[in-house]
Design a protein. Structure first.
Ligand code: ADP
Ligand code: ASP
Ligand code: MG
Length: 404
C-alpha cells in the first residue's frame, strides 16, 4: 500500500473502450489499497488536430491562445476517465492543472513547472478519491494556462510523483518498455529491463519520444521511482533508476531526431573572433544550437555549420541574413532534410572503437555522414533524412545484433 502515480498516454485513452480498460488498471491499483493520482494525455491525435484547427484560423496564432486551445484535449480525457471510474462505482474526481495549482513559469508552449500546490489533491486523497489530473499543462503567474511542450504529460506525472513523494510513478504507453531503439523502426530492438536516468535522459533528449526528456531530468533530481509499462498487455516494463546491473556493453540505445535543420555560413573570414561573433549573436537571440562544425581555413576563408530546432529555423535564417555584413560571410545554406542518429551509453567513450564501429556500420550501408558530435555519453552523426531509418537500423545492429 502506498501512493502511486499512473500516467496514460494518448493512444492508451484514444476511445471509450481504451478509457474503460485504463479505468480497470486504475481500479485494480486503488482496490489494492493504494492512493492513486492519475495523469492523462489528450485522446489519440487530439493535440495534432487542435493544432490544425488553429492553423486554419490563424497560422500566426499567439502562443497564449495556442496553449489555451491545446490544454482542452487533456480536460476531455480526465473527465471521461472519471466518469468511467464512477460508472464502476469508484470515487473519482478529475482536476485541471489550474484547479490543482500546478504553477509554471511564463513561457507559453514550453513552460517549466515551478511548484505544485498540494492542498486540493491531498484533500481528495484523504477522502479516498482517485484523483485524475490533466497532463501537459500548468498555470503561470498571470493566471494563464501554459503547456509544457509536446509529450509533456510524462513531466506532469513525474512532477506530481516528486511533489507527493509517491512510491512509484508508472508511465503507461503503447509499447511495453524502453527499447534499445524505437521498436517501430528497428523491429529487432531489445527491451531493456532497466535503464539509468542518465542514459534515459540522453536517449529522450536525442529523440526517443517514449519519455519526455524533462520528466527524466525531474525523476533523477527527485529520485522518483519510475517505470515504463504497456497499457495494453500485462508484461514487465522498464525501470528507470540511478544504478543498473552492468551490461556487457555500455551502450544504452540508439535514437533518431528529425525535427531540426542544418545552417551553413560559407566564406567567413579565417581570423580570431569569427565563431564568437556568430554564436554570441545566436545566443543573444535564444537560438538553441546543437552540433557545430567549423572547416579548416583555406585561403583566408572558412565555413561554419550548425544545427537548430525546426521551430526556430525561419527566425534564425532571417537573423543571419540581417547580420550578413556584421558577420562577413558569402552565403548561408539551409538544409532541413537532415536527421541525427545518436548512440547513447554512459562511459562508452572510454571503450576504444565505439565511434569507429558506428562509422563502419554507416560506411558499409553507403550512408554519408555530414557532421559528427561526441560527448562522454553519446556519439551523434548527421545524415540525410532519407537515410535516417536505415542508419538507425545498421547502427543498432552493429552493437546489439550479436548480443543474444
Ligand atoms: P504516449 O502517447 O503514451 O505518451 P509516445 O508516442 O509519446 O506515447 O511514446 C511512445 C512511442 O515512443 C512508441 O510508440 C515508440 O514508437 C516510440 N519510441 C521511440 N524510441 C523508443 C524506444 N527507445 N523505446 C520504446 N519506444 C520508443
Ligand atoms: N497531448 C500532448 C501532446 O500530444 C502531451 C502528451 O501527450 O504528453 O504532446
Ligand atoms: Mg508521450
Amino acid at each position: 500500500m502506498g501512493l502511486i502515480v499512473q500516467k496514460f498516454g494518448g493512444t492508451s485513452v484514444a476511445d471509450a473502450g481504451r478509457i474503460r480498460h485504463v479505468a480497470g488498471i486504475i481500479a485494480e491499483t486503488y482496490k489494492a489499497g493504494n492512493d492513486v493520482i492519475v495523469v492523462l494525455s489528450a485522446q489519440g491525435d487530439t493535440t495534432d488536430d487542435l493544432i490544425e484547427k488553429a492553423e486554419e484560423i490563424n497560422p500566426q496564432a499567439s502562443k497564449r491562445e495556442l496553449d489555451m486551445l491545446l490544454s482542452t484535449g487533456e480536460q476531455i480525457s480526465v473527465a471521461l476517465c472519471a466518469m468511467a471510474l464512477q460508472s464502476m462505482g469508484l470515487p473519482a474526481v478529475s482536476l485541471t492543472a489550474w484547479q490543482v495549482g500546478i504553477q509554471t513559469n511564463q513561457t507559453y508552449s514550453d513552460a517549466r513547472i515551478r511548484k505544485i500546490a498540494k492542498e486540493r489533491i491531498r484533500a481528495e486523497l484523504d477522502k479516498r478519491k482517485i484523483v485524475i489530473v490533466t497532463g501537459f499543462q500548468g498555470v503561470n503567474a498571470y493566471g494563464d494556462v501554459t503547456t509544457l511542450g509536446r509529450g509533456g504529460s510524462d513531466t506532469s506525472a513525474v512532477a506530481l510523483a516528486a511533489a507527493f513523494h509517491a512510491d512509484l510513478c508508472q508511465i503507461y504507453t503503447d509499447v511495453d518498455g524502453v527499447y534499445t531503439a524505437d521498436p517501430r523502426i528497428v523491429p529487432n530492438a531489445r527491451k531493456l529491463p532497466e535503464i539509468t536516468y542518465a542514459d534515459m535522459l540522453e536517449l529522450a533528449s536525442q529523440g526517443a519520444q517514449v519519455l519526455h526528456n524533462r520528466s527524466v531530468e525531474l525523476a533523477k533530481k527527485y529520485h522518483v521511482n519510475m517505470e515504463v509499462v504497456s497499457s495494453m498487455e500485462r508484461v514487465p516494463g522498464t525501470k528507470v533508476k540511478e544504478v543498473v546491473k552492468v551490461e556487457k556493453t555500455n551502450i544504452g540505445g540508439v535514437a533518431k531526431e528529425t525535427n531540426f535543420a542544418r545552417l551553413s555560413l560559407v566564406g567567413l573570414e579565417d581570423c580570431p573572433g569569427v565563431a564568437f561573433k556568430v554564436f554570441s549573436l545566436l545566443s543573444r537571440n535564444h537560438v538553441n544550437v546543437d552540433i557545430i562544425l567549423q572547416s579548416v581555413g583555406r585561403s583566408g576563408s572558412k565555413d561554419i555549420s550548425f544545427t537548430c530546432p525546426m521551430s526556430s529555423l525561419e527566425d534564425t535564417h532571417r537573423l543571419l541574413e540581417e547580420n550578413r555584413d556584421a558577420l562577413g560571410y558569402d552565403t548561408v545554406e539551409v538544409d532541413d532534410n537532415v536527421a541525427k542518429i545518436s548512440l547513447v551509453g554512459a562511459g562508452m567513450m572510454t571503450h576504444v572503437g565505439v565511434a569507429s564501429d558506428m562509422f563502419e556500420a554507416l560506411y558499409d550501408a553507403g550512408i554519408n555522414i555530414q557532421m559528427i558530435a561526441t560527448s562522454e555519453i553519446r556519439i551523434s552523426v548527421l545524415v540525410s533524412k532519407d537515410d535516417a531509418n536505415r542508419a538507425i537500423k545498421v547502427v543498432h545492429d552493429k552493437f546489439f545484433d550479436d548480443e543474444e
